[in-house]
Design a protein around this ligand. Structure first.
Ligand SMILES: *Cc1c(COP(=O)(O)O)cnc(C)c1O
Length: 335
């Protein structure tokens, strides 16, 4: 189904599906460990980068240009992908260059990427994309043959990684003898969500039961419907050789109630979820993404979204390096 698309092997797959403890409301938790994709300390972007870098190499690119928040996991994993594939990497980052590099920035520099600090605000994604386009033009002129990757790698090509992941997960659920009620994960630039929706639509064609795909939005854009996840999922299905009409309007569910004030602003629920996950499963969640996403899963379970005894899968999308940044961990004295 996806075999005709160019792909660079970057991730360690399949990632484990782990059984977790029971949650409030009697929901049985499973964790899909996409924090363990391997590439440059892992995370969800590795799956997208396999197809994005495949396309880049097929296009004859010699460098990658991408963009993100100051502590972008996507930028860090793109830097690692470039190191593996022998491509020069340029990262356009929000904010100013800190006196000391930490977390994802430190790793990106370690992987040999060039960091371009824009001074732009963390959530000013439009401004960041404009800076990426300007840098791409500069690099093209200089003969670096850049392949531009938008924020989060959330194009139809990148989303293919998560369409394939949906099939991988369904196979693992079958092997574990479960039929989950839902697959829940953190959504920020929308590509993971679009890919899962696309994969689910293709999976359904076999008359197979499919779990609900529920995105927990942690950025203003996705919570307002930008990008259009439905359109992106249709594009991904088409790219995979399927009928885009397989994706229905009702397939896209975004729960916007867990972002708090803004992207990357910690919440009490997210912090509580981080402590709970660390102390019940040894899982490392972060305050920007996976902590809020897991808070959304727990909150929906508490409110009875799924019948007691349901199996629910949390896709752990990663974000671990943020723990090693100033303010990266919530107050640990609180129970
Ligand atoms: C990028 C990211 C997400 C969100 O994925 P999108 O495809 O951008 O919506 C979730 N969790 C972590 C840790 C991420 O780095």
């Amino acid at each position: 189904m996806f075999g005709h698309l160019p792909r660079a092997r970057l991730a360690t797959l399949p990632t484990p599906l782990e059984r977790g403890p029971e949650l409030p409301g009697g929901t049985r938790l499973w964790v899909k460990r996409d924090d363990l994709t391997g590439l440059g300390m892992g995370g969800n972007k590795a799956r997208k980068l396999e197809y994005l870098c495949g396309a880049a190499i097929a296009a004859g690119a010699r460098s990658l240009v991408t963009v993100g928040a100051g502590q972008s996991n996507h930028c860090r994993m793109t830097a690692a992908a470039g190191a593996v594939l022998g491509l020069e990497v340029h990262l356009v980052l929000a904010g100013d260059r800190p006196a000391t590099l930490t977390g994802n920035q430190l790793l990106s520099a370690m992987f040999g990427a060039q960091l371009h600090h824009t001074g732009a605000g963390e959530s000013h994604w439009g401004e960041l994309e404009i800076a990426r386009e300007a840098l791409t033009d500069e690099l093209t002129e200089a003969g670096a043959q850049p392949y531009p990757i938008p924020i989060g790698g959330s194009t139809a090509v990148g989303a293919i990684g998560y369409a394939a992941a949906f099939f991988e997960l369904m196979d693992q659920c079958e092997a574990a003898g479960i039929r989950p009620a839902a697959v829940v994960f953190t959504s920020s630039s929308g590509g993971t969500h679009a890919g899962l929706v696309a994969g689910r639509a293709m999976w359904r064609t076999g008359d197979r039961a499919a779990p609900e795909v529920l995105a927990i939005g942690v950025a203003k854009g996705v919570n307002l419907g930008m990008p259009d996840v439905h359109a992106l999922a249709r594009e991904a299905v088409e790219l995979a050789g399927g009928d885009p009409a397989l994706v229905e309007r009702g397939d896209v569910h975004i729960d916007p109630n867990w972002m708090g004030d803004d992207y990357a602003v910690p919440t009490a629920a997210g912090d509580a979820a981080i402590r709970w996950a660390a102390r019940h499963g040894g899982w490392v969640l972060d305050r920007v993404y996976s902590g809020k996403g897991f808070a959304g899963l727990v909150g929906n379970a508490e409110r009875g979204r799924w019948p007691a005894g349901s199996d629910v899968v949390f896709i752990h999308t990663g974000g671990m390096p943020a723990v090693f940044t100033p303010g990266g961990v919530p107050d640990l004295a609180t129970r």
